[in-house]
Design a protein around this ligand. Structure first.
Ligand SMILES: N[C@@H](CCC(=O)N[C@@H](CS)C(=O)NCC(=O)O)C(=O)O
Length: 199
């Protein structure tokens, strides 16, 4: 199998953290820049988005949630998502973090529009506010307090390090100080260190 990814993508990082954490073999990681419309990516995913997992039978899986569900089912014994209906609040926490990833990436797209003179102050503020509101809520949810490694923790850590990487001026630590302290130690685990963006 091949995982099409980029180092900067926080969605791809969630998948790469799981691959590393669960020592999943047989997945070659192939770096692509989705904005360059790589042929391999376009053939596999008409949305031209990463991550995209190319299966050995010639098929492809996307988006990150589907890939994570596949890996969980095949290699992680269902530890990540649990049984359907086991925790609806846990599912909602995952949705919140996915939504925050979407806001963080949309905010990055606003930054990139600067080059075209098209940045929107309205949308920039809206994405920033969603991020700060969402992280203030996460601070109350004790997602980071679980002793056992959870999917929510993995996705949250990828989100927070992406914010530091792409949006260093967003002062998210002010609304989520306990979460920030948790990140300091979580970010040192092998799977996080091995997938940290270097660009
Ligand atoms: N919902 C998707 C989002 C994936 C996504 O937006 N990936 C970005 C990179 S961070 C991308 O490929 N962008 C290219 C584009 O939007 O054309 C997922 O969870 O995988």
């Amino acid at each position: 199998m091949q995982l099409l990814y980029s180092e900067a993508s926080p969605y791809a990082r969630t998948v790469r953290v799981v691959i590393t954490q669960f020592a999943i073999d047989g997945i070659e990681q192939v770096g692509v820049n989705p904005l360059e419309n790589d042929e391999l990516l376009l053939e596999a995913n008409p949305l031209a988005k990463i991550p995209c997992l190319l299966l050995n039978d010639g098929g492809a899986l996307y988006d990150s949630e589907v890939i994570l569900r596949y890996l969980d089912h095949e290699y992680c014994g269902g530890e990540l998502f649990g049984q359907p209906g086991e925790s609806w609040y846990g599912e909602a926490q995952y949705s919140l973090i996915k939504g925050l990833l979407d806001s963080a990436v949309a905010l990055r797209q606003e930054q990139m529009r600067d080059d075209e003179g098209l940045r929107s102050p309205f949308w920039t503020a809206r994405f920033e506010q969603a991020l700060l509101r969402g992280l203030a809520q996460i601070e109350q949810m004790a997602i980071s307090g679980h002793g056992k490694l959870t999917l929510q923790q993995i996705c949250l850590a990828c989100l927070l390090e992406y914010l530091d990487f792409r949006h260093p001026d967003l002062d998210w630590r002010k609304v989520a100080p306990a979460t920030a302290r948790w990140l300091q130690s979580f970010a040192k685990c092998d799977a996080m260190l091995a997938t940290r963006p270097s660009v």
